[in-house]
Design a binder for this molecule. Structure first.
Ligand SMILES: *[C@@H]1O[C@H](CO)[C@@H](O)[C@H](O)[C@H]1NC(C)=O
Ligand SMILES: *[C@@H]1O[C@H](CO)[C@@H](O)[C@H](O)[C@H]1NC(C)=O
Ligand SMILES: CC(=O)N[C@H]1CO[C@H](CO)[C@@H](O)[C@@H]1O
Length: 501
């Protein structure tokens, strides 16, 4: 929501006043909705509390398997802070590492555990790929960043590079060549778009779902505003003869107004901290429960409130005392969060306040060097490889050569799987025109029955699992398949390939 310095002061003040008023309006709206639906005063029963404690122990007790076949692990960043993740393979299994690497990035207000349903889909290649679900900074079991701005991009980049190295080290000689795929949703998707544009050496493909591309969304906003105001001018010049233009101008701007309403929560997250914290805790965590209920969509039978809350809120004070088999434990900075849902809510909403989506990413020297190394490795393995396709794809990662036509153009082939009924990130502003930003070898697949939470909803998570299984089945040194519409359609009837590039 930052405005550039060239904007006159009165305009900036008007915008600030609008943001504040709109934030307050939404704050009351969400609490009002919770009141109206009756969830606000719903107290936990003894059984609810027990259910919650059991689930929290299951997901976050470090000495347990969070999911069948998965274990907890930590990665220590250069800054000393730790990221928590779950993976299907232990580091110790030397020589057992094989298959492609998949890194999963969750969104707001979730954690790595949002992938738990997807990871248990039958199509998931548990034994032929390395699956890594990361907790983003400030979420789940990862440490708290005081100002989660582009430092989050740095941390995720550092993590992915190290995970790739670890996977390569664990592999026997004939399995050293593998592909890396980043699968991301919501905030993870925003981060994914940025990495695909600004650190394309990280992965061979991105699978992205229901999160805005910031450059595209801003361009769509400008386009809608321009066309609406042009029509409005015609009305203003000759109100009598051009009366119809008033309605037309409203129609032109409507998608933007709708998106503004959908993004109302973002404005509420910019209010003073006591109000934001109350939004997280008020009405027995009504906001969380509302989100999580939406995530399960129409599948009421699958909706287990306490389990979902435990998955989302991360470890509590009990779990902080636990250790993994090799003696690792959660970082100190999450103690505050584990003890208070209000603090936790303040920390996870910090992503919206700290410019992670829009700030210029000044990469550290270490990151620049690491990315450069990845690029030269890719080039040397490409020239050694017999596959001309692979050579082409890895040279496309050398980004600097191109003049960027669109702000934030992706430089890695990507598969966009988009829940069309999303009421948080609307298609009109956040997806239309994405083709201009995608790299060659990309595809956009629409999932018409799915809303925002594609990794959770039954039909769409099967589609994601299917796509992962297709990419996992690709052998070392082979090019990942470009289009997956047919495979998606086999598990998700009615899916539509919106565009191929
Ligand atoms: C964590 O799990 C272990 C093994 O199941 C159990 O012995 C321990 O009591 C649990 N720790 C806590 C704090 O619940
Ligand atoms: C791209 O974004 C930067 C910073 O956000 C801005 O300064 C620049 O004008 C934009 N370029 C285009 C072509 O829109
Ligand atoms: C813990 C676990 O079950 N890990 C599995 C992950 O995948 C490898 C094969 O690549 C299996 O051997 C592991 O059992």
């Amino acid at each position: 929501m930052a405005q550039s310095d060239t904007v006159p002061i009165w305009q900036r003040l008007t915008w600030l006043a609008f943001c504040y008023t709109f934030g307050v309006f939404n704050w009351f709206l969400y609490l009002g909705l919770a009141l109206q639906s009756g969830t606000f005063f719903k107290k936990d029963t003894e059984q609810d509390r027990l259910r919650f404690a059991i689930s929290r122990d299951q997901f976050w007790n470090l000495s347990k398997q969070p999911l069948p076949g998965f274990e907890h692990a930590f990665f220590k960043l250069r800054s000393g802070l730790k990221l928590h993740y779950i993976t299907n393979r232990s580091k110790k299994e030397k020589g057992n590492g094989r298959g492609n690497l998949f890194v999963f990035l969750h969104g707001f207000p979730d954690s790595s555990m949002v992938w738990r349903h997807c990871m248990q889909e039958p199509a998931i290649p548990m034994h032929s790929a390395r699956l890594v679900c990361l907790d983003l900074p400030n979420y789940g079991g990862s440490d708290t960043f005081k100002e989660p701005d582009t430092s989050v991009l740095e941390a995720v980049t550092e993590f992915i590079i190290a995970t790739r190295e670890q996977h390569e080290d664990a592999a026997s000689d004939e399995h050293k060549d593998f592909s890396t795929v980043i699968v991301a949703h919501d905030w993870g998707c925003v981060i994914g778009y940025r990495l695909a544009a600004e650190a394309p050496q990280l992965a061979d493909r991105f699978v992205l779902s229901n999160g805005p591309h910031i450059g595209l969304s801003l361009a769509n906003k400008d386009r809608v505003l321009a066309s609406s105001s042009k029509i409005f001018k015609q009305f203003k010049e000759h109100p009598k003869t051009n009366f119809g233009c008033l309605a037309k101008s409203y129609h032109a701007i409507k998608p933007l107004l709708v998106q503004l309403l959908m993004f109302g929560y973002i404005f509420a997250f910019h209010l003073p901290s006591f109000m934001v914290k109350y939004l997280g805790t008020g009405g027995n965590k009504a906001f969380f429960r509302g989100c999580l209920h939406l995530a399960h969509g129409k599948h009421e039978d699958e909706w287990k409130q306490q389990e979902s809350l435990a998955a989302t809120l991360g470890p509590g004070p009990n779990e902080l005392a636990t250790k993994t088999a090799n003696g690792e434990s959660y970082g100190d900075s999450i103690h505050e969060r584990a003890a208070s849902v209000g603090v936790l809510f303040w920390h996870i909403t910090a992503y919206y306040r700290n410019g992670l989506a829009t700030n210029h990413w000044e990469k550290s020297l270490e990151t620049i060097a690491d990315l450069y190394n990845l690029e030269s490795e890719a080039e040397s393995s490409a020239s050694a490889s017999v596959s001309p396709v692979r050579r082409r794809s890895s040279s496309s990662a050398s980004s600097g050569l191109w003049v960027e036509q669109y702000n934030g153009s992706l430089k890695v082939p990507s598969t966009i799987l988009w829940g069309e009924r999303d009421r948080a990130v609307g298609k009109a502003i956040c997806l239309d025109g994405i083709g201009d930003y995608l790299a060659r070898g990309s595809e956009v697949v629409m999932l018409p029955q799915t809303a925002h939470w594609a990794p959770v909803e039954k039909e769409s998570r099967a589609a994601i699992a299917k796509v992962i299984s297709v990419y996992a089945a690709t052998g070392p040194g082979d090019e990942l398949p470009v289009y997956v519409t047919k495979e998606v359609d086999s598990v998700y009837p009615g899916s539509v390939s919106l565009m191929k590039k």
